[in-house]
Design a protein around this ligand. Structure first.
Ligand SMILES: [Fe+2]
Length: 489
């Protein structure tokens, strides 16, 4: 039995193929369209999954979609009545709702089926159960406490479940607009990083500063008994409709979700082109500290509720590897499983396994022990790609050599790295998830002081974070109304 899982009309759209409970292929659409975090419909990712599985569209029996537009409708309606959000928010939601309703037809088209064909059975799997399933059903644990923390999806931002064998029971949900992912996003935008998915830059900036503003940053979130939390919504505007969001196609766009009050609390926001100052580093460190405190509070609450020592963790916030590394020290959990695509890309995986295990009640057996589930390319394909990009390679003074003997290849590569060259390492199947894990990696000499700057500015085109010469003076600059800039592009 072939099950296709898809994440569509959200960020990081992706597709996964599962055959008789075994994972066959998993890949994100961005790898083909070359647009980071691309939203829309994952047509090329679906085609790649079919190709990797050696099947035709007609061979797909079930499709799991990691959205359920009917989930929590009453709660959404009550929220709209109570808060009367701006019409732009309602328009955004309605446009997205229309796209989501068109998914069954889009699936048929991507599978090469005619509209009149019967096609596979489509299952709508709510966003958070898809996150939870993406961690639990491919984990090595028969029984586990399961947690997902993200921005939000299907009106939920945090959820807990107990996973036992082929079933999960969701035991707690935190609903929109309260969200630790949104809190991290708001401060990321405040720090001038406005591209979708820039949170990792703030996580990377945090170790350069000291957490001098945790008291102020702590005002954004209130930790409540039982592992729950609430945002102080006066610092945010995602809930009132002032922040437009686009998920329909191309690069996802999210306007500033922080309010003018955040600038009154922390001083003027950093402009995109403004240098990163010690104050910004301290803000990043403070945000990371407050986030960790809140995330561990949630996880301790889950442990207290379940008394299970094994944790499966997912959601965009489970991409915070700095926090992940502290879970076993800061919570009672002794064993932790996080699969490499724990963001929204991974909901395609969760949707497929939710169908296989939870809906069809088929036995578990597969454990995801590595992240190499994308396409691979033979020598001929590599050769033609290099020929097509020859001018670019020449302009970059990039050397291409074909070395058949492994020993010679390793010797030559090591000597180039030792010489200060940067090597693109390409082998086998592409990684599933955002992390380069050795199959599509950039290799360089970590002993050289200038190497991080070379890689960040010349190759990854990232902002550089020079190590601060001076400490942050911990002075908060008051804002004037002219300084406040809640809508930034
Ligand atoms: Fe999510």
């Amino acid at each position: 039995m072939n099950i296709l899982g898809i994440n569509a009309y959200h960020a990081d759209v992706s597709a996964v193929l599962v055959r008789d409970g075994e994972l066959v292929a998993a890949v994100e659409e961005e790898r083909f369209r070359r647009v980071k975090h691309v939203a829309g419909f994952p047509t090329q990712a679906i085609h790649a999954c079919l190709e990797m599985g050696g099947i035709k569209g007609a061979d797909v029996h079930h499709v799991g979609v990691s959205r359920n537009p009917r989930a929590h409708l009453a709660r959404k309606g009550w929220f709209a009545l109570r808060h009367r959000p701006d019409t732009s928010l309602l328009k955004d939601r309605a446009a997205n709702y229309g796209k989501v309703n068109g998914i069954p037809a889009a699936v048929k088209e991507a599978l090469g089926l005619a509209p009149a064909d019967s096609g596979p059975k489509v299952h709508w799997v709510e966003h958070h159960p898809a996150h939870l399933a993406s961690a639990f059903f491919v984990s090595p644990f028969d029984t586990a406490a399961v947690c997902a923390i993200d921005g939000f999806g299907d009106f939920v931002s945090t959820s807990w479940a107990i996973g036992r064998d082929r079933s999960m029971d969701v035991v707690h949900r935190t609903f929109f607009p309260h969200s630790l992912g949104l809190m991290y996003l708001a401060v990321t935008q405040y720090l001038g990083f406005m591209n979708f998915g820039d949170e990792f830059k703030v996580m990377g900036l945090a170790p350069y500063g000291s957490p001098d503003f945790t008291r102020e940053m702590g005002q954004l979130v209130r930790l409540k008994p039982g592992g729950t939390f609430e945002l102080d919504l006066t610092y945010f505007r995602h809930w009132s409709g002032g922040a437009g969001m686009t998920w329909t196609d191309g690069e996802p766009k999210v306007e500033a979700v922080y309010s003018a009050k955040l600038e009154e609390l922390l001083g003027p926001a950093r402009r995109k082109d403004e240098p990163v100052a010690p104050r910004h580093e301290a803000m990043a460190a403070s945000l990371q500290a407050v986030f960790e405190q809140a995330a561990f509070h949630v996880l301790r609450g889950l442990h207290a509720r379940t008394a299970i020592n094994r944790l499966c963790f997912a959601g965009g916030c489970a991409m915070n590897s700095v926090a992940n590394g502290k879970i076993r020290d800061e919570t009672p959990f002794t064993d932790v499983y996080i699969q490499p695509a724990s963001g929204d890309n991974g909901t395609a995986l969760g949707a497929a396994y939710y169908v296989w295990n939870q809906i069809l009640q088929q036995p578990r057996g597969f454990v995801m022990r590595h992240g190499y589930w994308g396409p691979s390319f033979g020598a001929a394909a590599v050769d033609s790609a290099l020929v097509a990009r020859r001018d670019d390679l020449d302009a970059q003074r990039c050397m291409v050599r074909c070395i058949d003997d492994d020993h010679e290849l390793y010797e030559w590569t090591a000597s180039r790295i030792a010489n200060g060259d940067v090597v693109g390492w390409f082998q086998g199947r592409m990684e599933w998830g955002a992390r380069a894990l050795g199959n599509r990696s950039i290799l360089a000499d970590p002993r050289r002081a200038d190497m991080r700057e070379i890689i960040n500015t010349k190759i990854k085109f990232r902002e550089k974070f020079p190590r601060s010469r001076r400490r942050c003076s911990r002075k908060l600059t008051p804002t004037t109304s002219r300084d406040r800039c809640p809508t930034r592009s």
